[in-house]
Design a protein around this ligand. Structure first.
Ligand code: ZN
Ligand code: ZN
Ligand code: ZN
Length: 162
């Protein structure tokens, strides 16, 4: 879906909760939409928003991000480095998506599909627990880092044979 359409959708979500999409909020959402692949911290968002709305302050950006989080438009996530990051929820998704975090290069990829349906059914049935959401982050070594490591060990072997 195009950035404009998604902006309209988010505007409706805000309106339905009696919030307005002020120009400053709009600039913040725009930055999130344009950088959807990146998991930006409040400071990252602020620096990008400043290009669009130079008069905006960090506190305003922070409050906007917190509001979007409350309205479940963005998820606030922490990958264990002590930094809160803001992540747009996928269109129509009830639950937050899963992440793969590389422990070597820090790359973050997303799994959009909710892989937990079976687990959720089991938990709801056996613990009589109504699930609203979940966080799932896998920590490991990404494909690029595995390839690099394999190439390096191959090189070492070749050198060793000489
Ligand atoms: Zn994400
Ligand atoms: Zn789920
Ligand atoms: Zn990696």
């Amino acid at each position: 879906m195009a950035v404009e359409e998604r902006m309209t959708f988010i505007k409706k979500q805000l309106h339905s909760q009696s919030y307005k999409l002020t120009p400053q909020r709009e600039a913040t959402v725009e930055v999130l939409l344009e950088n959807e692949e990146d998991h930006l911290s409040a400071e990252d968002v602020y620096l990008l928003v400043k290009d669009k709305a130079p008069e905006i302050g960090l506190a305003t950006v922070y409050r906007t991000l917190e509001l979007l989080n409350e309205l479940e438009i963005v998820d606030k996530i922490n990958f264990g480095d002590g930094v809160s990051r803001y992540d747009l929820r996928k269109e129509g998704a009830d639950h937050s998506h899963h992440h793969l975090v590389c422990i070597q290069c820090g790359d973050v990829s997303e799994i959009e599909e909710d892989l937990l349906a079976e687990v959720e059914t089991k938990v709801e049935r056996e613990w009589n627990f109504k699930i609203k959401d979940h966080r799932l982050t896998f920590h490991g070594v990404c494909n690029a880092c595995q390839t690099k490591a394999a190439e390096q060990s191959h090189q070492k072997e070749t050198v060793g044979q000489e």
